[in-house]
Design a protein around this ligand. Structure first.
Ligand code: AHR
Length: 491
């Protein structure tokens, strides 16, 4: 039995809706074929952007979308992606499969996509191979309202009004694909580049510095010490990889030991955030600088027969659990984590949507996102959990993880993940500080660990109404199916 106490009158801070953000890179079929098919395509589109994808993603209320990379960002020269499509230069996407990038999806198309999705753009600038001037001019191009070389160029390309741009990343993985830098060197470069990322008019840019990979606490230490006062956010990248980087494991063909290790590695996000946050506290005890987890998710071997550079993988109920575990962790760290962006929205890594030509399928991860929309901008509630163990061999993990919040209408939402693929979990939850007594819910679960949605069978793993919860005398009792996510609404 899992025992939970929720103090409905103890609010611990706002869960920034940006925790439910996404990431879309020029990688494989994320942009081309995923978001973008071009105006002349037979696939229904709005100025080249797929209609079915926009409709599906609007349901997720994606608050923020990171673009254009990733490793691609530090190869990207934004001026190649403006002006008449036919005269945009072609380039090689060296990181991702060496394919030709025709630059048909550029700044204007990205902002149009964001407008259609009603999402905030989060742009990552090029530090690795770009100049300070190039970065400065991009920000001027996007945000300056008036007479200037870049504003005039934007107007000549059909957009007189500037766009609003809040989130801007100064380089990506500068410790790796973004330049193989040492933290001391990047900290200085960050200070220089960021100085020229200007606030034009009343557009105030929120600057995100390249942060650590996984457990690199020294990177955080140096960045916070040398450049903390010049940044609004520090990024963190951490993927859930069940095997090694050379042999990560299959997305769909796995045994319980791989399920177990995937859950264990997903839970590890909690320790990573806690430790980076402790380092940040040394320099920023008020938590002014946010931790921005702008790449996270599962990373498996590519699907057999697909381009290894395209990072295309299927997505099962296991991925949904990884999403739920991470959402619970991000919510519960909402004092420091102000944004997270799953990698990546379509056809790449832990995608929420898969496409094939005109066909589209929503993954279990899509449904997990949908079930957690209720926590966006809600107030985190104090929650204490004592969970039974999920044991395999001589290792154990907590079987149940949870988060709770109260929204602006006073409705309480509790999300629970049962990590065991075999056992249901009984949960008894004491609801303190409220007399609300009615509960409804939804559930995402499956009959097999590797259950997934395909173009032929798109509804195998989907959200269902949940009737396994009841409240009596201030106690909420829940029976969680094996390998499930449940979100409850108490009102
Ligand atoms: O998401 C795929 C890649 O993973 C990104 O381009 C890079 O930033 C990270 O290494």
């Amino acid at each position: 039995m899992a025992n939970i106490i929720i103090n409905a009158d103890l609010k611990k801070g706002k869960i920034n809706k940006n925790i439910y953000g996404n990431f879309a890179e020029h990688l494989g079929r994320c942009i081309y074929g995923g978001f973008w098919v071009g105006k002349d395509s037979d696939i229904p589109n709005i100025n080249g952007i797929r209609k079915d994808v926009v409709e599906a993603l609007k349901e997720l209320k994606i608050p923020v979308l990171r673009w254009p990379g990733g490793c691609f960002a530090d190869e990207y020269h934004w001026k190649d992606g403006i002006g008449p499509a036919e005269s945009r230069p072609k380039m090689i996407n060296v990181h991702w499969g060496g394919v030709v990038e025709n630059n048909h999806f550029g700044t204007h198309e990205f902002f149009e996509l964001c407008e259609l999705l009603e999402t905030e753009p989060y742009i990552c600038g090029n530090v690795g191979s770009g100049t300070v001037q190039e970065m400065r001019e991009w920000v001027e191009y996007m945000t300056f309202d008036g007479e200037s070389p870049m504003a005039n160029l934007r107007a000549a390309n059909g957009r007189k009004e500037p766009w609003k741009l809040t989130y801007f990343g100064v380089g990506n993985e500068s410790w790796g694909c973004g330049g193989n830098m040492r933290p001391e060197y990047y900290a200085d470069l960050y200070r220089r580049y960021a100085a020229y990322v200007r606030n034009f008019g009343d557009n105030k840019v929120y600057k995100v510095a390249c942060g650590p990979a996984g457990e690199d606490y020294n990177w955080t230490e140096v960045l916070m010490r040398e450049a903390g006062r010049f940044m609004d956010g520090l990024s963190l990248h951490h993927y859930t990889v069940p095997g090694t980087w050379a042999k990560k494991g299959s997305a769909t063909s796995f045994e319980e030991n791989e399920w177990f290790v995937t859950m264990k590695k997903a839970l590890h996000m909690d320790e990573i955030i806690t430790k980076h946050s402790t380092v940040m506290d040394k320099y920023d005890s008020d938590k002014r600088v946010a931790l921005i987890v702008d790449e996270w998710g599962t990373w498996f071997d590519v699907e057999p027969g697909t381009n290894p550079g395209f990072l295309y993988q299927q997505n099962t109920v296991r991925d949904a659990l990884v999403a739920g575990i991470n959402f619970n962790i991000f919510n519960n760290h909402c004092d420091r984590v102000q944004m997270a962006n799953i990698a990546q929205t379509i056809n790449v890594l832990q995608a929420v949507i898969l496409t094939e030509g005109s066909k589209m399928v929503l993954t279990p991860t899509y449904h997990a996102f949908k079930m957690y929309t209720v926590h966006q901008d809600a107030e985190l509630l104090e929650l204490d959990i004592r969970s039974p163990k999920y044991t395999l061999g001589d290792e154990s993990l907590p079987q149940v993880t949870a988060t709770a919040s109260v929204d602006s209408e006073g409705k309480i939402h509790i999300s629970l993940c049962n990590l065991s693929p075999n056992e249901f979990a009984e949960v008894e939850c004491e609801l303190r500080g409220t007399d609300k007594a009615s509960v409804t819910g939804t559930v995402l679960t499956a009959d097999k660990m590797n259950a997934h949605n395909t173009f032929e069978d798109p509804e195998r793993v989907t959200i269902k109404d949940f009737d396994g919860a009841a409240i009596a005398e201030g106690k909420l009792k829940v029976k969680l199916p094996a390998m499930s996510i449940v979100t409850l609404e108490v009102k």
